[in-house]
Ligand binder design. Structure first.
Ligand SMILES: Cc1cc2nc3c(=O)[nH]c(=O)nc-3n(C[C@H](O)[C@H](O)[C@H](O)COP(=O)(O)OP(=O)(O)OC[C@H]3O[C@@H](n4cnc5c(N)ncnc54)[C@H](O)[C@@H]3O)c2cc1C
Length: 278
């Protein structure tokens, strides 16, 4: 199928893009890499009157380390991260996640801001960046606001973006030298969206753990204090202390009734914990 007709604008700078978005009164759609919006337009799942193409906005292509965090513009592509064109404050964690998103052609065009904005439950960044403790800045003509990834993703394909707002940047904290990272996903074949994701950032020295169970039917489950999954405390023996029964109960409480699905999610999370401890 072909998209329904739409007008097209390619603003020169972020202010111009925000003004166009504000003037459209909700009838416009931003396009970044087009990897999700393109198919949705073709299938006529969305029929905007105006497409605002932000792919030329240099303000959204920054990648600097400042104040102990990496600030990535929304237009940084998965391939930019995979290829190391951005600084790596996560000691390889983001690079490995980026390298396993879809296929290279998708990674060349797909952007980190587009992926978060689309809020597909099966997408990688919403889970990985929530586990890494990242935040995002949203900008509109009225100003900017910052929130955590877990506050931003409110449901399947649903985010906290309000009319007139654009994702401007993503702020990733530096991973401490003692923090262990594990990321695992289950896909039917390489390059496909996951049907289970486990992401963990465990710091035995600081006795902290962030755990994310993703690719469920809604927003990922984000446990910012996950000691309960490890017998109530985080220590060097966390791999042995991982409690699959508690993880299963967390999934059941989140409304996942299918035992087989829960089993797959728990298995994938266990793999992430094992990877962190390896
Ligand atoms: C075949 C295929 C396989 C894929 N597999 C995976 C996978 O395994 N894992 C994975 O994580 N992803 C996967 N993807 C998704 C891909 O990684 C892209 O990141 C994703 O499509 C969105 O990024 P984009 O820049 O292309 O956004 P677009 O398609 O341009 O936009 C997506 C949505 O976000 C909005 N938007 C975009 N940028 C902004 C912004 N800065 N501010 C506000 N709103 C914005 C748009 O209006 C639109 O609603 C796959 C895509 C394809 C086509």
């Amino acid at each position: 199928m072909k998209p329904a007709p739409f007008a097209y604008e390619r603003p020169r700078d972020l202010d111009a893009a925000l003004s166009m978005l504000a003037a459209s009164n909700g009838s416009a759609k931003i396009i970044a890499g087009g990897q999700s919006l393109g198919p949705m337009l073709n299938l006529r799942l969305v029929q905007p009157e105006l497409i605002i193409d932000i792919s030329g906005l240099t303000e959204l292509k920054r990648a600097d380390v400042s104040g102990g965090e990496l600030v990535l513009g929304a237009l940084v592509t998965h391939a930019d991260i995979e290829d190391g064109r951005t600084a790596d404050v996560t000691r390889g964690a983001m690079r490995a996640v980026a390298a396993n998103i879809a296929y290279r052609a998708v990674r060349n065009r797909g952007t980190i801001g587009g992926s978060l904005s689309h809020a597909d439950p099966a997408a990688d960044w919403i889970s990985a960046l929530a586990a890494l403790g990242a935040r995002m800045t949203l900008r509109s003509c009225a100003g900017a606001r910052t929130m955590t990834i877990e506050a931003f993703v409110v449901g399947a394909l649903e985010s906290a973006l309000q009319a007139g707002e654009i994702v401007e940047s993503i702020h990733v904290p530096t991973r401490s030298a003692s923090a262990h990272w594990g990321y695992a996903k289950s896909c039917r074949k390489t390059g496909e969206f996951a049907h289970a994701i486990g992401a963990v950032l465990i710091d035995p020295a600081a006795a902290t753990a962030r755990v994310v169970i993703g690719a469920i039917d809604t927003a990922p489950i984000v446990l910012t204090d996950a000691a309960g999954l490890f017998g109530g405390r985080i220590a060097a023996d966390y791999k042995e202390r991982f409690d699959a029964g508690i993880a299963d109960a967390v999934l059941a409480k989140a409304g996942i009734d299918d035992v087989v699905q829960r089993h797959i999610h728990v298995g994938v999370l266990k793999r992430a914990v094992q990877e962190a401890a390896a």
